[in-house]
Write a protein that binds this ligand. Sequence first.
Ligand code: DGL
Length: 265
Amino acid sequence: MPNIPTILVFDSGLGGLSVLREVVGARPDAHYVYVADDAFFPYGHHTEEALVARVVPLMGDLIAAHRPDLVVIACNTASVQVLAPLRAAYSVPFVGTVPAIKPACAGSATKRVSVLGTKATVAREYTRALIRDFGGGCEVTLVGSPELAALAEAALSGGSAADDAIAAEIMPCFVGNGADPAVRTDTVVLACTHYPLLLDRLKQLAPWPVAWIDPAPAIARRVSDLLGPPGLEADEAGATMIFTSNKRHNLSRALTPYFGGRVPA
Ligand code: DGL
């Protein structure tokens, strides 16, 4: 690995920032390129064939342009469908984001776990296989949310996301007798990277407290392990933020905390 590795973080929109902030925290020495494929947002509304046809060639262009040492697919919807074709097509290491079903089920005391993701993520065989392999006897409820990613996107871009709209998306996660903590959902897997961006609102609007499982810290550890020990040089080049729609945005200042204090150009 070079002294200053370049990490490309990829999502359909701003959701991958929830992964980026953990990765930057673990590896402040790296140079970051964040790509939001907003021209094709939301990924959760596309078929698997359409997503593969979109993301595989786009990634080829991004790799050629930015020469990353490692790519983080900071999107569950893309990871469960496109990670295998990406690894087959390109030699750069890819770290994916897949629903954290194993730790969620291992940690659930009531054995009632919900997986909150896009409609596509919860429908795919990849996710169902994780439940078969790692469900550990839990009753797992799959909740495909049509709008929560767009609500998170709106909230982060300075727009509004109404409480009742968010509450309607998360309510199906809460299963069992709400009055009895022993027989109700106690764990919700955040299986879309947009959702941790709304975590405070999710906690407020939940009918009872649960553990919300965000895979970002585990992804950051994996990235750091793959890169090996940091070098002594610091990255002076700032960070780059790319929207595939080429839209003009004035988010650079607002997004600075996700980039570890750098102002993305
Ligand atoms: N952030 C993406 C994920 O983790 C999905 C949002 C979308 O539908 O584009 O699944």
